[in-house]
Design a protein around this ligand. Structure first.
Ligand code: MN
Length: 156
């Protein structure tokens, strides 16, 4: 069984993503933590197959947590998807620089997120496949997949 680590301080968003896993039938164990520090502590013992990383967190932010995961040989190749309400282009670029593979903005389409996670869980291989989006998935001009149906039409 694959393990997905959710780092999210907001209880409603945690429940929403737990619902995605339940209702979309994601064949992975979802572990929810509420801080970056807890996420790093978890990753010291267990290497997750995917990290869903909120950016705005109490204490250490999700960007710093991502940098630390990337600096650790055990987790440097783990897919990390930012899941955040911060929708500015600069935020997305900062997430990419920190080492996030995908950038998903809240509110997201639950079915889309479930599809993306299922695709990754089913195909999960090494680092070379880390940034492959599901087939026919909408891609923004910068290559990040999106759950925003208007993204391809919106000038950036
Ligand atoms: Mn937050």
């Amino acid at each position: 069984m694959k393990t997905v680590l959710l780092v999210e301080d907001n209880e409603d968003n945690t429940l929403l993503i737990e619902d995605v896993f339940a209702f979309e039938g994601v064949a992975a164990q979802l572990v929810s933590v509420h801080t970056a520090e807890e996420a790093l502590a978890f990753a010291r013992n267990t290497t997750p197959d995917l990290v869903l990383m909120d950016i705005g967190l109490p204490g250490m932010c999700g960007l710093e947590a991502t940098r630390q995961l990337r600096a650790n040989p055990a987790t440097k190749d783990v897919p990390i998807w930012a899941v955040t309400a911060r929708a500015m282009k600069e935020d997305e670029e900062a997430a990419r620089r920190a080492g996030c593979d995908f950038y998903i903005t809240k509110p997201f389409d639950q079915e889309d997120l479930g599809y993306m996670v299922k695709f990754l869980v089913a195909t999960a291989a090494g680092s070379e496949s880390r940034t492959i989006a599901p087939p026919h998935f909408r891609l923004k001009p910068n290559g990040f997949p999106t759950t925003d149906p208007d993204a391809n039409r919106r000038p950036r």
